[in-house]
Design a binder for this molecule. Structure first.
Ligand code: ACO
Length: 379
């Protein structure tokens, strides 16, 4: 066996990207050069999508144009509505959304013939289409799980307001809408994480953008990646209250359980996005008067960091924030899809613009060559 193997590709620099820069030394994350905290403080999510896709923040006309097109693309095709009705209501929302995105790819006439599946202009349109459709799909899935009819999108609301309107049929406070917008900005992009790398592998075969997003959703579903925001809430439910943290953690660590929402492959001294999301969560906790949740959150963080020296990642504050906003736990990771589709599609386009098939090598560690009994070679 060779010493060159990097299990999990840990530490491997697989390619160059101009989309984002993760710097664990300075604990910073830049989208196209801008610190994510500055974007979260100032930009509508539509502007961040434009930035990721085009490299620059939009001017007022560009933003207005993008918002107009995004609003036009929100309503679901009747075939998507029919598909959502066909899927078992108990199915995990990640599987439902993955299936719906796969179907959206079949509506695209430019994909009906082989060849030409990557095209820079068409891919921009496809990315915007998915960006606009995903909130409508996810809101419909959330409502169906609660036995409620879907709510049509409103073209007088921006992305974040409309998402919450379609899900709940009412708008929370402006401050709560802003927490949701911030979460979308923070989740949008994070270099070569597992789902983005999956999307790039698929794009590298010159397959199409929808296929890349479907694959990325599959990768995001796992609790070691995006599924952790859902898993955090299950842990909170399991623990129940702050006074139960210590015995719960004793038992969990003795059983060698992973504590979801903590740890990161790249950041070892804290996730650059956590302070911004934690501040947003604190605003929701204050608004909804949930000091019990704050105590549970802080106690688990303090105990785990003290014992293991492993810090929270973005999923730790975002899970409880989504719960306070009223989302069901199983919808948290689909919300991550809605945000990360911007980063995934930017990476698909970047991969296509400078493509090399992604095809690593493997070292073989199986049985030596042998022969099928009874096989007689032709002479
Ligand atoms: N709980 C308990 N122990 C942990 C955790 C955790 N959350 N994270 C790391 N460790 C321990 C491991 O058990 C391992 O211990 P060991 O050396 O004694 O075996 C050591 O720290 C190194 O952990 P690895 O999993 O090998 O490190 P890796 O870089 O692969 O881990 C990962 C990154 C997968 C995210 C890990 O920290 C984890 O599983 N966290 C929980 C899941 C999670 O929150 N994922 C979200 C990622 S961020 C995102 O997607 C937005």
């Amino acid at each position: 066996m060779t010493d060159d193997i990097k299990k999990g590709l840990a530490g491997v620099i697989a390619d160059v990207t101009a989309i984002s820069k993760v710097n664990p030394e300075t604990n910073s994350l830049l989208y196209r050069g801008y610190p994510v905290q500055e974007l979260a403080a100032t930009q509508p999510f539509e502007a961040v999508a434009h930035l990721l896709w085009n490299g620059e923040l939009p001017d007022a006309d560009q933003l207005a144009d993008l918002q107009k097109r995004e609003r036009e693309l929100r309503p679901l095709d009747e075939r998507t509505v029919a598909l959502l009705e066909l899927i078992p209501v108990e199915a995990h929302p990640m599987d439902v959304v993955r299936t719906a995105v796969s179907q959206l790819g079949t509506f695209d006439p430019t994909l009906h013939r082989p060849g030409g599946w990557t095209d820079p202009v068409l891919d921009q349109g496809r990315a915007l289409y998915l960006f606009a459709q995903l909130p409508t799909i996810i809101a419909a899935v959330q409502r169906r799980r609660r036995g409620l009819e879907p709510i049509a999108p409103r073209d007088d609301l921006d992305y974040s307001e409309n998402f919450l309107w379609m899900t709940f049929g009412e708008l929370p406070s402006a401050a709560a809408v802003d927490v949701f917008r911030i979460s979308m900005v923070l989740y949008a992009e994070h270099s070569f994480n597992a789902s983005t790398f999956t999307a790039r592998v698929i794009a590298s075969t010159t397959s199409d953008l929808y296929s890349a997003v479907v694959g990325a959703i599959g990768a995001l579903k796992g609790p070691l990646h995006g599924g952790a925001n859902e898993a955090v809430m299950h842990i909170f439910d399991e623990i129940g209250s702050a006074d139960r943290v210590v015995p719960w953690l004793d038992e969990a660590l003795a059983a060698k359980r992973k504590i979801m929402g903590f740890g990161h492959r790249v950041y070892k001294r804290g996730d650059s996005r956590v302070p911004t999301m934690k501040a947003a969560l604190d605003r929701l906790i204050a608004e909804y008067g949930r000091t019990d949740l704050a105590e549970l959150y802080d106690t688990l963080e303090h105990e785990f960091v003290t014992r293991k020296g492993i810090y929270p990642n973005l999923d730790y504050p975002s899970g409880p924030a989504y719960s306070l906003l009223g989302f069901e736990t199983e919808i948290f990771t689909p919300l991550f899809i809605a945000a990360r589709v911007t980063g995934w599609t930017a990476h698909v386009m970047e991969q296509a613009a400078s493509n090399a098939l992604i095809r690593p090598l493997s070292a073989y560690d199986g049985v030596d060559e042998r022969h099928v009994p009874g096989y007689v070679p032709d002479t």
